[in-house]
Design a binder for this molecule. Structure first.
Ligand code: UDX
Length: 443
């Protein structure tokens, strides 16, 4: 089937590439000339496992192309996916300007029936706004031009985007009539053949499903972070509590890891946007406000713990492992590392940092205020403390003997509960995790 995808950010590029991989003919559209040129050469602007290889093979297979020319894309496709950004507006609501502008432009180039599929994360009611926008743009046409608007939110995770798109737990499709439901069924039929369920529902339920999913996942994390604070006070181990709680099938293990708080481009933005929607509708949104408050508090865990353990931070040498908001991505949006770096630099500490992918973006913000290393060990010379912020694989089984010999202090703050306290203790290091109050951490 013929598809165009407008916007080649995270969601758009993965959508375009994976639909091509499934055998559809796809045109990716972006206003950024340089990006389109790079994509046409098979260079992925994203750090995303498996994406570049798939991009290259579908470009050379002729199923995928990129252009800045929206008219060519719209005229050569039945499905027009909208995958442009919905940044957080000033009042916390999602900014829909880009989505509505793209909808208008699609309408201007339509020469017959099209399915306009909204893939961007948008608040409930947006597809109705898109319909209105398209109808208005078509109003001056001499004859009728028919279209449908579909909600089809994306649930992929950064770092596992290709896998998540091709092998999703579910696909959600919000439709308003049987004709377009039939077309969407055909589009997604390869998923169904591969055993991945596609749920059809009304448009508003589909729009809300995306926000409800992200808000519930964020709630699970904040809940466990709150429990971790109790664990620290009473001398319990949040890892044991997690196993006990998560083994109840009604609850489940995933997303119950206590840590240094959630970040990224979705959870913080989507929780805020849902609070905004609910409040506007007169719904009591205190639950999600607390989810946010717990997360804000948790992002300060490193700074608080450091002050408790080593006193004023001025002049102290702190080595950070990790800067991305999670492993396998170079994304630092809303990352806890930003809160930690601002605090450490603000309080006069000397900071060094290593991250396998996120250092270029961090360097742009912090320049010479942070000493960036070439590998995990190069940031440790003379450090008073080592802090793990992102659980990249490269940090998983480090050489503790070497670490002890490089550092001048002995303190390790494990913001992701990755390490075995007794092992560090054997090497003369003092370990502190999140919510693992039963371990003293003293060697
Ligand atoms: C999320 C959703 O998972 C995805 O379905 C949606 O489409 C976009 O938002 P993503 O932002 O890529 O995906 O990251 P995710 O893996 O969900 O992690 C988000 C944040 O939560 C990270 O900062 C991560 O470190 C943190 N996290 C996750 C925890 O602190 N504890 C956990 O148990 C899980």
């Amino acid at each position: 089937m013929k598809i165009s995808v407008v916007g080649t950010g995270y969601v758009g590029l993965v959508t375009a590439t994976c639909f091509a991989e499934m055998g559809h003919d796809v045109i990716g559209v972006d206003i950024d000339h340089e990006k389109v040129q790079r994509l046409s050469r098979g260079e992925s602007p994203l750090f995303e496992p498996g994406l570049e290889a798939m991009l290259k093979s579908n470009l050379s297979g002729g199923r995928l192309s990129f252009t800045t020319d929206l008219s060519v894309a719209v005229q050569n496709s039945l499905f027009c996916f909208v995958a442009v950004g919905t940044p957080k507006g000033e009042d916390g609501s999602a900014d829909l300007n880009a989505v509505l502008a793209v909808a208008r432009s699609i309408a201007e180039h339509m020469d017959g029936y099209r399915v306009i599929v909204v893939k961007s994360t948008v608040p409930v009611g947006t597809c109705d706004l898109v319909s209105r926008e398209v109808s208005e743009a078509l109003a001056h046409r001499p004859g009728p031009v028919d279209f449908d608007v579909v909600s089809n939110p994306e649930f992929l995770k950064e770092g596992a985007a290709v896998e998540d798109f091709l092998r999703p737990d579910r696909v959600i499709v919000g439709v308003s009539n049987p004709r377009v439901e039939e077309l969407m069924r055909e589009l997604y039929s390869p998923f169904v053949r591969n055993g991945h369920p596609v749920y059809f529902m009304d448009v508003r339920s589909s729009e809300l499903t995306k926000y409800a999913s992200n808000a519930l996942l964020a709630t699970k994390i904040s809940f466990m972070n709150m429990i971790s604070q109790i664990c620290d006070k009473v001398g319990a181990d949040v890892m044991s509590v997690r196993s006990g709680v998560g083994s109840d099938r009604r609850i489940g293990m995933p997303f119950l890891y206590a840590g240094v708080g959630y970040g990224g481009s979705c959870f913080p933005k989507d929780v805020k946007a849902l609070i905004h929607t609910g409040t506007r509708l007169g719904v009591e949104m205190g639950l999600l406000r607390e989810v946010e408050a717990v997360n804000d508090f948790q992002k300060l865990w490193v700074l608080k713990k450091l002050r408790d353990l080593i006193g004023p931070l001025s002049g102290k040498s702190i080595a950070l492992w990790g800067g991305a908001f999670k492993p396998d991505t170079d994304d630092i949006r809303e990352a806890t590392s930003l809160t930690v770096l601002d605090g450490l630099i603000g309080e006069g500490a000397r900071v060094s940092l290593y991250d396998p992918a996120a250092m270029p973006s961090l360097r742009e913000i912090y320049g010479d205020s942070v000493c960036f290393g070439e590998n995990p060990y190069s940031v440790l010379a003379g450090a008073d403390v080592l802090v793990l912020l992102t659980e990249w694989r490269v940090f998983r089984n480090p050489d503790w003997r070497k670490i002890k010999s490089l550092m001048s202090g002995t303190l390790v703050l494990d913001g992701r509960n990755q390490y075995e306290p007794s092992e560090l203790s054997r090497h003369g290091l003092s370990w502190h995790g999140v919510g693992r109050g039963c371990y003293t951490g003293n060697p």
